[in-house]
Design a protein around this ligand. Structure first.
Ligand code: CDP
Ligand code: CDP
Length: 225
C-alpha cells in the first residue's frame, strides 16, 4: 500500500505540530516540523549577531545550516550543525525574529529543497505555512488548521508557562498576531489555505477530536490511492 503524504498548514498555535505528531505516530509515518527548521536558521542568525536586514549574510547562513530532525522518545529533536537546539529554538527571542528571517526568498529556497528531500519517500506528515501551496502541492491530503487568536495565544501561554518560561499573555497575543500578519502578507510563499485544503477550526476542539478528523480524511483518501 502506498504511503500517503499529508500537508498541514495554519497560523501559530492552531495545534499543527501537536496534531501532526500524533497522526504520524498512529500511521507510523515521519513527522516533519518545518517551523523548527526556520527557527533553527533564526537561532543561527541570532548567535552570529547578524542583522536580519543583511539579506546576503542571512541567506548564506541558511545555505550553511545543516538541519536534521530526529524522533527520539516520542519527541522531535532538532539539530543545527550537529548541536541539539530543540529547546533553544523555542525561546521568545527566536519567536520574535523568525518571521523576519522566513520572508527572505533565498532562505525559503534553501528550506524548500531540504523539505522536499525529507518528504521524497512518502509516509510523511509535514506541517508549516506553505506546505500545501508550495512545498508539497501534490500532497494526498491537505489540512488547514486554525483557531481564534485568543485561544491560540492562551494555548501557547500555557505551554510556555508550564516549561517555566515567563511571558505576559497580552504580549504573546501581540507577538502571534504580528507573526501571523507577516506570514500572511509576505510575497514569497505566504500563509494561505490551498484551494484543495480541508479547513478545520480547532477553537473548542480537543486534540483527539482534530486527530480523528484527519485520520478520517486519510481513510477516505485510501479508497483512491
Ligand atoms: O509553532 P509556531 O506555530 O509558533 O511556529 P512554527 O511552526 O515554529 O513556525 C515559526 C515561523 O516560521 C512562522 O511564524 C513562519 O514565519 C515560519 N515558517 C514559514 O515561513 N514556513 C513554514 N513552512 C514554517 C514556518
Ligand atoms: O504547531 P502550532 O503552533 O500550530 O500549535 P501547537 O504547538 O501544536 O499547539 C499549541 C498548544 O496548543 C499545545 O500546547 C497543544 O497542546 C495545545 N492544543 C490544544 O490545547 N488543543 C488543540 N486542539 C490543539 C493544540
Amino acid at each position: 500500500m502506498r504511503k500517503l503524504v499529508i500537508a498541514i498548514d495554519g497560523p501559530a498555535g492552531a495545534g499543527k505540530s501537536t496534531v501532526a505528531q500524533i497522526v504520524a505516530e498512529r500511521l507510523e509515518y515521519t513527522y516533519i516540523d518545518t517551523g523548527a527548521m526556520y527557527r533553527a536558521v533564526t537561532l543561527f542568525v541570532l548567535r552570529k549577531n547578524i542583522s536580519v536586514c543583511d539579506v546576503e549574510a542571512v541567506s548564506r547562513l541558511a545555505r550553511e545550516s545543516e538541519i536534521t530532525l530526529a524522533y527520539e522518545k516520542g519527541k522531535t529533536r532538532v539539530y543545527l550543525n550537529g548541536e541539539d537546539v530543540s529547546e533553544a529554538i523555542r525561546m521568545p527571542e527566536v519567536s520574535r525574529m523568525v518571521s523576519h528571517v522566513a520572508l527572505i526568498p533565498a532562505v525559503r529556497q534553501a528550506m524548500l529543497k531540504l523539505q522536499r528531500q525529507m518528504a521524497a519517500r512518502g509516509g510523511v506528515v509535514m506541517d508549516g505555512r506553505d506546505i500545501g501551496t508550495q512545498v508539497l502541492p501534490n500532497a494526498d491530503i491537505k489540512v488547514f488548521l486554525t483557531a481564534s487568536i485568543e485561544e491560540r495565544a492562551k494555548r501557547r501561554w500555557q505551554e510556555l508557562t508550564s516549561k517555566g518560561i515567563a511571558i505576559d499573555l497580552e504580549e504573546l497575543k501581540e507577538e502571534i498576531a504580528c507573526r501571523d500578519r507577516m506570514d500572511c502578507e509576505r510575497e514569497t510563499a505566504p500563509l494561505i489555505k490551498a484551494p484543495d485544503a480541508v479547513l478545520i477550526d480547532t477553537t473548542g476542539l480537543s486534540i483527539e477530536g482534530v486527530v480523528q478528523e484527519i485520520l478520517k480524511l486519510c481513510e477516505e483518501r485510501r479508497k483512491f490511492v
